[in-house]
Ligand binder design. Structure first.
Ligand code: PEP
Ligand code: MN
Length: 339
């Protein structure tokens, strides 16, 4: 349930309600809005005397939260969440569209630095690249690990781009934290709840990818795990779902953008690389995602896709990325956004 405070309620009024809420064994989550403050109350509400809270000074009303996810829900927070990422604190979730590009896997110093320089020159805000890779086959390239993180740190230092890199397992969090500006949770790990909770205990922005067979509610409940553990900086990433269709690697449901908009305040990013599996489809789907209201894009980009160690078929070149950015800017303007 949500306790809606009257406009002008003081911090003392708010803390009084918090005290009552805690007495009932509930956990509070306070959202200070521009107009009024609301207090989301989480936990088992069966023993709560709602009247006692409703009668507290400066409480306007109590309303139930109908969605299964609470803090991720628009019911609790009406204003869109804007998350600042990287050394330059680029915003994501506001009017500006944020493009994050880079290879699937970190392979070499030259590959990383060349791609990062070109991504920065093209106007990207983030550089993606996996040092740890969740590969379908145990025989595929698993990432450079620690060495890969060092290369990412160098790219960050030189370009100022926000580093987005995946945490595959719990034991990697500590070593990834100093390098990553955004922790990526992969599709395969979307329901790895201990990992979501551990990531939630860090305050680092998180890019949460939708599981390939997860429903929209399951996706938002995974985000709820991270927020509930203490980290509100969750960026949702649609990366395509598994369907019967075979001409694409995954089916990219762009309708999820307006659907999420109706339900959540969290920023929405689309990954058309994994969403299609084919480099030639990526630019069109990027344009479509921005037209449909995405806040950002996650794009695989490799200077030599034919020789990529991972996901070459869906990686565009830095040259294609540069041209794409020009077209994206036009679409962004057409939908009253910026890039
Ligand atoms: C990736 O971004 O390279 C990746 C492994 O993505 P996903 O988790 O969406 O498959
Ligand atoms: Mn990939």
């Amino acid at each position: 349930m949500i306790v809606v405070m009257k406009p002008g309620a003081s911090e003392a009024h708010i803390q009084h309600v918090v005290k009552l809420v805690r007495e009932y064994g509930l956990k509070e989550h306070i959202i200070y809005g521009t107009d009024r403050t609301v207090i989301a109350c989480l936990g088992d509400k069966r023993a709560v005397d709602k009247g006692a809270i409703e009668n507290a000074p400066m409480v306007e009303k109590i309303v139930p939260i109908l969605a299964p996810y609470k803090m991720a829900s628009l019911e609790v927070k009406k204003e869109r969440t804007v998350i600042s990422i990287g050394p330059k604190q680029f915003p994501i979730g506001g009017t500006k569209i944020g493009v994050i590009a880079g290879p699937c896997a970190v392979e070499s110093r030259e590959q990383v630095l060349q791609t990062a320089r070109q991504a920065a020159a093209a106007g990207c805000i983030g550089f993606r690249g996996g040092a740890f890779k969740p590969r379908t086959s145990p025989y595929s390239h698993q990432g450079l690990g620690k060495k890969g993180l060092e290369l990412l740190a160098e790219a960050r230092q030189e370009t100022g781009l926000a580093i987005v890199t995946e945490v595959v397992g719990l034991e990697q969090i500590e070593e990834i934290l100093p390098v990553a500006d955004v922790l990526q949770i992969g599709a395969r790990n979307m329901q790895h709840y201990p990992l979501l909770e551990a990531i939630g205990q860090t305050k680092k922005p998180v890019l949460l990818k939708r599981g390939m067979s997860a429903t929209l509610d399951e996706f938002l409940l995974a985000a709820e795990y991270i927020i509930n553990a203490g980290n509100p900086n969750v960026i949702l990433c649609e990366r395509g779902i598994r369907t019967f269709e075979t001409y694409v690697r995954n089916t990219l449901p762009l309708a999820i953008i307006p659907a999420l908009r109706e339900r959540t305040h969290l920023p929405i990013v689309v990954d058309p690389s994994h969403g299609t599996g084919h480099a030639y489809m990526v630019p069109s789907m990027c344009l479509a995602a921005v037209a449909a209201g995405a806040d950002g894009l996650l794009i695989e980009c490799h200077p030599d896709p034919e020789h990529a160690l991972s996901d070459g078929a869906q990686s565009i070149t830095p040259e294609v990325l540069t041209q794409l950015m020009v077209r994206l800017r036009k679409v962004a303007q057409a939908v009253e956004r910026d890039l």
